[in-house]
Design a protein around this ligand. Structure first.
Ligand code: RB5
Length: 143
């Protein structure tokens, strides 16, 4: 199960991504927001990170205006590895190397066409399971 949420800056892009997830038959839970009215992105980051931490969802997508604030908020949570991506190279690399469990994007940064390709790359790329990457991820958690 995929958790997805946004603030007002990511609302329009989230709608496009939801449409795409439905076309692909990918099951998701939409944790809001539900309109373009102004909201506080840390609240929506927390909804998705909580769903991952408690096992309701395996991974997540978070969208704000830039993707920056919502990724900073998500990465405060131990065990969450949120990657702000603006291209498919980074989306692939962060799955292979960082085993990222949350994809963050900026609704004011990437267009829907690119965002959907980033989503597909993120969802379709498995973690490499390389020893060196496991070691580095474990070091993050020890800090
Ligand atoms: C909201 O205006 C904007 O600050 C937010 O969406 C995000 O870009 C913060 O990092």
């Amino acid at each position: 199960m995929l958790a997805i949420a946004c603030d007002h800056g990511g609302y329009e892009l989230k709608l496009e991504i939801l449409k795409h997830l439905e076309e692909r038959g990918i099951e998701y839970i939409d944790y809001g927001c539900d309109s373009p009215a102004s909201v506080d992105y840390p609240i929506y980051a927390r909804k998705v990170t909580t769903a991952i931490k408690n096992g309701t969802c395996e991974n997540g997508i978070l969208i704000c205006g830039t993707g920056i604030g919502i990724s900073i908020a998500a990465n405060k949570v131990p065990g969450i590895r949120a990657a702000l991506c603006t291209d498919c190279f980074c989306a692939e690399a962060t799955r292979l190397h960082n085993n990222a469990n949350v994809l963050c994007m900026g609704g004011r940064v990437v267009g829907a066409g690119l965002a959907i390709k980033i989503v597909d790359t993120f969802l379709d790329t498995p973690f490499s399971n390389d020893e060196r990457h496991i070691r580095r991820i474990n070091l993050i958690e020890e800090e």
